[in-house]
Every structure is written in structure tokens, then in C-alpha cells.
Design a protein around this ligand. Structure first.
Ligand SMILES: [Zn+2]
Length: 234
């Protein structure tokens, strides 16, 4: 099937012909969205006081751009979130991103910020995939919390220069140049949630937050479907 047709039809096929759980393979019941209830329940929730959460919160506080962090669950090897992340990236199962965002909405107070902004992909990657999975997480989060969702405020520049021959200062600037706020008036004095699928070191989301603050945003909360667990030294 030509690529374009494939990317148009596949999400509908996934919605219409629901069959087995994407993770464990048991037949789905009415109302299950691609994953069975037991598998959704198997996600390990992120809780206040957890080592990883507190290390990231401290790292963000020290960086000065991100004022808060919320995350749904841990990304575990072989776990549901790995299947979901894989499906989101390669299987074009956009309904899963939406469901993750909707669940994330349970821990984000309605009306707590003015805007939801997903971490943008660069255009080439988005074209290859057909969509940005963080957009779908953002849509689900917006539906649950009533906070407006915007994809037109910030964009990723096409390519960052290769880092190899840059010194530390130049590298930092190079990464910071990865994002561009195209509608700075939309974030003036605003508090924003920036949404990513999985946070590992948090450096990308910190750079996006810094760019939004430079453009005039007042407060930034980072939110992710998954956190990669940090080691005790991490
Ligand atoms: Zn299952």
C-alpha cells in the first residue's frame, strides 16, 4: 500500500477491528482501547518521593526553566509502556497516545495552567511517522483537564549542526537553537504544560522550557507519560 494511504487507513483499522491486547494478546472486551484492563493496571505509577521523580525535579529546579514535573508511570524494559511506545512510534496507533494523555490528566489539576504544548518533532520525522505521538498525549490530556492544546506556538528547527567539533558552550547553544517560538505573544505571562512521551535525562524538555521562558512564559510544568528509571547514582 502506498505510504500515504497506509498512514490514513491504519488508525481507522486499529479503531474498527479491535481484537487482541497489544501487549499480552488476550482478547479485548468492549471499551478497551487496544490494551486490556489488566495490562493498563500493570503500569507502575510514579509517586511523590520516588528517587527518579525527585532527582529529575531537583535537576529541573537547578536548571531554572521547569517549575514542576508530573509523570504517569515508569518506562520498564519489556513492560507495557515499551509496547505502547513502540506502537506509538511505528504502529501508528494514535488512540494509545490519547489514552495515555487522558490517564495523565488524572494527576494534572483542571485549569492549573493556561496551555498544553507538546514537544515538537522536526518536520521530516513527523512526515515519516505521519504524526507526533506527543501531540496525541497532549490531546488526551487536554480532553481530561479542559486546558487548551496548541501545536502552533513552537517548532523544531530542521537540523541541528553536528555537535562533534563544538566546545561545551557552543554545544549548549546548538541544542538551545533546536526550538523556535513562532508565536511568542501566545505565551506571554502564560503558564504552560509541555508534554513529552518519555523523559530520560530531561535535557530536551529543559531546552524547550528555556526557549519558552525566554519568549515570556511565566511558569512551565513538564508532563510525561513515562519516566526512564534513574539508578541510585543517577
Ligand atoms: Zn493485556
Amino acid at each position: 500500500m502506498p505510504n500515504i494511504l497506509h498512514s490514513i487507513l491504519t488508525p481507522f483499522r486499529d479503531l474498527l477491528f479491535v481484537a487482541d491486547c497489544l501487549h499480552c494478546g488476550t482478547p479485548l472486551r468492549d471499551g478497551d482501547r487496544r490494551v486490556c484492563r489488566q495490562c493498563w493496571d500493570s503500569l507502575t505509577p510514579v509517586r511523590g518521593g520516588d528517587h527518579t521523580l525527585e532527582v529529575l525535579r531537583a535537576r529541573f529546579a537547578a536548571g531554572g526553566a521547569i517549575d514542576g514535573l508530573e509523570a504517569l508511570c515508569y518506562f520498564e524494559k519489556g513492560g507495557l509502556l515499551q509496547s505502547l511506545a513502540h506502537a506509538l512510534k511505528y504502529g501508528e496507533v494514535t488512540a494509545l497516545g490519547y489514552e495515555l494523555g487522558y490517564r495523565l490528566g488524572a494527576i494534572v489539576p483542571p485549569g492549573s495552567t493556561d496551555l498544553i504544548i507538546p514537544v515538537p518533532l522536526n518536520k521530516r520525522k513527523e512526515r515519516e511517522r505521519g504524526y507526533n505521538q506527543s501531540d496525541w498525549i497532549g490531546k488526551g490530556l487536554s480532553e481530561r483537564t479542559g486546558i487548551p492544546f496548541r501545536t502552533d506556538i513552537v517548532r523544531r528547527r530542521r537540523y541541528t549542526v553536528t555537535q562533534t567539533h563544538l566546545n561545551a558552550q557552543e554545544r549548549k547553544k546548538n541544542i538551545a537553537d533546536a526550538f523556535e517560538v513562532v508565536l511568542p505573544q501566545a505565551v506571554q505571562h502564560a503558564s504552560c504544560i509541555i508534554v513529552d512521551d518519555i523523559i530520560t535525562t530531561g535535557s530536551t524538555i529543559q531546552e524547550l522550557a528555556a526557549v519558552l521562558k525566554q519568549a515570556g512564559a511565566a511558569r512551565i510544568v513538564a508532563a510525561a507519560a513515562g519516566l526512564a528509571r534513574l539508578g541510585e547514582d543517577g
